[in-house]
Design a binder for this molecule. Structure first.
Ligand code: AMP
Length: 354
């Protein structure tokens, strides 16, 4: 087999490389803005760590390779409106939504979607970026630069936000991790827990939904499905056709991480059901400097991405997967003073959900 190339050179690509070493796979990441493209062989495989990209010499060359995986699927997920139309056509539940056409009025959006409406850019938005709330009670305007460029969604009053990570190989075999419960802060994932007592009941529903989607797309690799949970029902918020932040806990809490699972799927290696250990917690490290004191906390595994520090930027994460939840709670308490103050609530959230 040839090399595996990852379109994009961020932390997801780096963690794919990290997972590749014990499998004797050669994984290379490529910065989409690199000015030179390395020579690719015919038996190389191309996968991605992002779902939308500008036209550059790198993205053009890699996406033209015959072994560029999921070519048609990635086009769908590069545009929220196409993604939403596909989910509707497959009768997969999601929030009520509307295209924000050039001539649509704010009154029409409120009439169809309710008092609070969330605009989301059709492409390029992530981590809560590219979103704008319209509130009828405040007479919010619909800015002209969102018209024709975005979709609008009803506000979902969810009980919890959950996600499921699945993988599918070219033979159509699918495997899944336990449903993960996620906490967001200002639109950014702050913490994940898996499994939790309540999320187990959602597993069959989540697996059936993601299987339907992956089968329809004849998808190969790891795919993440983020959902809103209301009572016993799931509504899809977003699909990521790649490894996903809400699956980082699998590095500590499963015998096969999502990164290894993705490589197994794309390299046609055996896809086996992952064995899950304990109740795992993942905490994203946002906008702060590396702190060696984290390493002294019982059970803590740190992944640092080596990026420049910027406010609220994802710079690393901590995984915790201890056999006794009592000990996990103790470690979370020890982490509290080692993180910014706004983490206090999320630490409490983790302790409650364990
Ligand atoms: P997204 O970038 O679409 O994943 O959105 C980031 C976060 O915004 C989500 O994790 C939710 O916390 C919140 N959000 C997104 N869409 C909705 C919605 N329709 N109703 C309520 N909250 C939402």
């Amino acid at each position: 087999m040839g090399d595996i190339w990852v379109l994009g050179a961020g932390q997801l690509g780096a963690m794919l490389q990290h997972a590749a070493m014990p499998l004797a796979l050669n994984v290379n990441t490529i910065d989409i803005y690199a000015t030179e493209v390395p020579k690719l062989n015919d038996d190389d495989i191309i996968t991605v760590e992002l779902e939308h990209w500008p036209d550059t010499i790198v993205t053009q060359t890699l996406s033209a390779h015959p072994n560029f995986l999921n070519r048609e699927t990635l086009k769908i997920f590069a545009d929220r409106s196409i993604q939403k139309k596909l989910l509707d056509s497959l009768e997969l539940p999601q929030a009520k939504w509307h295209m924000v056409d050039a001539d649509i009025s704010v009154e029409k959006l409120h009439q169809d979607l309710g008092t609070k409406v969330l605009l989301k850019r059709r492409s390029g938005g992530y981590d809560g970026k590219g979103q704008l709330w319209l509130d009828q009670t405040e007479n919010s305007d619909l800015p002209s630069d969102w018209q024709g460029q975005s979709i609008a969604e009803e506000k979902i009053n969810f009980d919890e936000e959950v996600s499921i990570i699945g993988a599918r190989n070219s033979a159509g075999e699918c495997v899944f991790y336990p449903v993960t419960t996620n906490l967001h802060y200002q639109g950014i994932l702050l913490a994940s827990i898996a499994p939790t007592a309540f999320s187990k009941a959602l597993q069959p529903q989540a697996e059936a939904m993601l299987t339907k989607l992956m089968d329809h797309l004849n998808y190969v690799g790891v795919m993440a499905m983020e959902c809103f949970q209301i009572g016993e029902k799931l509504f899809i918020n977003e699909i990521a056709p790649r490894v996903h932040n809400s699956g980082h806990w699998t590095q500590a809490g499963a015998n096969i991480s999502q990164f290894e699972m993705h490589l197994r799927a794309v390299a046609n290696l055996p896809l086996v059901i992952p064995a899950t250990k304990n109740n795992s917690v993942m905490i994203n490290l946002l906008g702060m400097d590396f702190n060696p004191a984290w390493l002294a906390v019982n059970g803590v595994e740190v992944y640092w991405y080596g990026k420049g520090v910027r406010p609220m930027r994802k710079l690393g994460h901590i995984n915790l997967s201890l056999p006794e939840t009592r000990k996990t709670r103790q470690s979370l308490e020890q982490l509290k003073p080692l993180l910014d103050d706004y983490y206090d609530e999320s630490i409490e959230w983790c302790k409650q959900h364990l």
